[in-house]
Each structure stands twice: as C-alpha cells, then as structure tokens.
Design a protein around this ligand. Structure first.
Ligand SMILES: *Cc1c(COP(=O)(O)O)cnc(C)c1O
Length: 384
C-alpha cells in the first residue's frame, strides 16, 4: 500500500513508540490483576497508580480525583448521567451547547427521556459559546453545565474558565469535554473551575479504549457500571492496566511537549490553510481564525460534494474527514456546521484536515497540490 498522508488526527492518533513500550509489559510479564496480592498484581497496581499520578499532574488535579474509563464517550456519559441521577432531587435541569460531541448530546437526549430538561446553547458563527448566554440559561433547578473545551469539528476553543466561574458562582457543577484539548492547549481543572473533565487517550498518541474522568473531590456522582470495588467503587471491572499505563505515558509526554507540538502543528496547519486559500477559489474557513485548536483546518468548498472529495482523497492516499468521523457515512449533515449557520450545501462541501506529529512539510505541500487538482476536477462534474 502506498504511504498515506494522514490528516485526521482529530479522529484518532497512532500510539507512539514510547507509549507502546510503556504498555507492553502489562500484556505479558506483569499481567497480574491489579487487585491481586501477589507480585504480578502489585506490579499492575503500581502501574495504574503511576498513571493516575501522571494524569493528575497533567491537569492540575490530585491522583484520587482521576477515574479511569474506557474513553471519552464513557467519561462523558458518566459525568452527565452520574451527576444527573445523584442530584435529581435537587433539580432536573442541565445546560449544554448545541455543538457538543455526540457522546454528550445523545446522553442529554436520553436524559430528556428520563425526565430531565436540557437547554442547548447555540454558538455564534465561529462556534463560540457565550458565557452570558450560559448565565441567562441558569435556573433554580439547574444541576449541571457541560460545555466542551474545544470543538472537534471546527476547532473553536471555548471560554470554559468563564463558564466554569459562572457555574461555581451559582453553585452548579461544571463538566467539560476536554478530549480535543489535551495535548493541544493547556488544561487545568482549577483555572477552568471544572468539577468534571473528560479525557481520551487515543486523541494524544495513547491507546484507544482508555480515558479519564476527572471528578473533583466531594462531587456527588452515581456510578454507571456496578460490580467490584475498582476505582473506589465508581467503575467496576478489572483495570485495563496496559491501556492505563499507556494513557499515563501519553498524557505526560503530551503535556511536557505541549508548546513545541502545538507550534509544529500550527505551522503545518497554517501552511495547509494558506496553500488551500491561495490555490483554490471559492473556499472558506469554518470556525475562528484565532482561538482555534493548533492542528485544526476545517474548510468549506463551494460546488463540492464532501463525500466525493473524501473518496477521491482516499484514492490519492490522503486520509481526511468531512465534518466529523461520527457523522461520516450518515446522510445527516453535521450538527456543528448547521449550528454555526452553514447552509446544507455548504455543510456538504466541508472538509476537516487535522495535522499531527507524523506530518511533514512535504506532505502538506503534496496535499495542497492533490487537493487543488481533485477540487478542480470535481467542480467540472458538479450538478448541485
Ligand atoms: C473523540 C471524542 C470523544 C469520544 O472519545 P472516545 O474515546 O472515542 O470515546 C468525545 N468528545 C470529543 C470532543 C471527541 O473528539
């Protein structure tokens, strides 16, 4: 197979060499159950607790505030359902945004069916959620505000510190889905006033199927998975020790090299974006020019069908995404692109390119060249 140019790092990233090395012992040599008293079990327990400290240090938390999960989706589910059910006698109203990941949005829709009431804050045309709108939505029975730290489709970085401050001023819990933020921008649970914060390892060169929910000490939350006493009784099931060890190494590295990685990604992203804007007519950037994730380039092409574009890019060896990986394959247009005011046609002509550690300048230049050719070609055949 021809080497692909991978420009879909917001969908997932490969496990880095050093992360893989941190994981390997826990598949074989130290494969004990972390709850066991014998040597291999104690080694596994040590690995889990080391990762807990690494995750805590990366976000300004304490180790006991770190709960390991199976990824971003589970963390979001637990944050929302867990607090909703724990606090349902105090109130049944939640506030979120219209541009959250489906792991939050569909959980909210489900909670609505269980008798909860949810307000969905609309973003401005750049994807920004206004703290004032959040403040205005607060009611006496509001128990949770959940707004993502950065949007996975158009890269908008949200004013979560301000939103968290409003939540705290009103005595309401604040959750943020920081899955796209970790490894891209500084994440600090105290600066953001976060009570709950979701993380997923595979978005920063860690393994898939491993995540964290930060739960601030003293936060009331019900568990979703009942069984053994793992994770202080909040999340039953034998620990995914290798995955957890990988997450620990990955988050430590992502945090230690945050600035240089962000700089490199932004350089490549800007080169890509300007190359596209300079060489292809009738294109437009989705999301803000400043205040966006360093690796995110979301573009809308006039007179282009995004699905056709993706297929042609794939044939040419470029891996990208339309809107979001979670909507790919469905006929629905992206809820995020719709919320920021794109027409259905514009949304259908959108492409998300996200840079990462493995990309080179040559790959970017090659991508601009290939993309220009394909867009020109597809436009000749476009019938609206
Ligand atoms: C990828 C992603 C998720 C889901 O994480 P998984 O680990 O794949 O379940 C949730 N929220 C955002 C913003 C994401 O980008």
């Amino acid at each position: 197979m021809k080497k692909t140019i991978y420009l879909d790092h917001a969908a997932t990233t490969p496990v880095s060499r050093s992360v893989l090395e941190a994981m390997l012992p826990y598949f074989s040599d130290c494969a004990g159950n972390a709850s066991a008293v014998y040597g291999a079990g104690r080694e596994a327990r040590k690995a889990v607790e080391k990762a807990r400290k690494q995750a805590a240090d990366a976000i300004g938390a304490e180790p006991r505030e770190i709960l390991f999960t199976s990824g971003g989706s589970e963390s979001d589910n637990l944050a929302l359902k867990g607090t909703a059910f724990a606090l349902k006698d105090r109130g049944r109203h939640l506030i979120t945004s219209a541009i959250e990941h489906p792991a939050v949005l569909n959980t909210c829709r489900w909670l609505e069916k269980q008798g909860f009431d949810v307000t969905y804050i609309q973003p401005d045309s750049k994807g920004m959620i206004s703290p004032d709108k959040v403040r205005d939505a607060v009611r006496n029975d509001t128990i949770l505000i959940s707004v993502m730290a950065a949007n996975n489709e158009i890269g908008t970085i949200e004013p979560v510190a301000d939103i968290g401050a409003i939540a705290h001023e009103k005595g309401i819990l604040f959750h943020t889905d920081a899955v796209q933020a970790v490894g891209s921008i500084p994440v600090n649970v105290n600066e953001w006033n976060a009570d709950l914060l979701s993380i997923s390892a595979h978005k920063f060169y860690g393994p898939k199927g491993t995540g964290v929910l930060f739960i601030r000490r003293g936060t009331r939350i019900d568990n979703l998975i009942h069984g053994g006493e793992q994770e202080r009784g909040l999340r039953a099931g034998t620990e995914n020790v290798a995955g957890i060890a990988g997450l620990g190494r990955a988050i430590e590295e992502a945090t230690a090299h945050l600035e240089e990685n962000a700089k490199k990604n932004a350089y490549l992203r800007d080169r890509l974006l300007h190359g596209i804007l300079d060489h292809i007519p009738d294109v437009k950037l989705n999301g803000p020019e400043a205040g966006r994730l360093p690796n995110n380039c979301s573009i809308c092409f006039d007179r282009i069908d995004g699905e056709a574009l993706l297929l042609r890019l794939d044939l040419a060896g470029i891996a990208a995404s339309s809107g979001s990986a979670c909507t790919a394959g469905s006929q629905e247009i992206s809820h995020v692109l719709r919320a920021v005011g794109l027409t259905e046609k514009e949304a259908r002509g959108s492409l998300r390119l996200t840079t990462g550690a493995d990309n080179t300048e040559e790959e970017i230049d090659e991508s601009i060249r290939i993309l220009s050719e394909i867009v020109e070609d597809l436009r000749l055949m476009y019938h609206g």
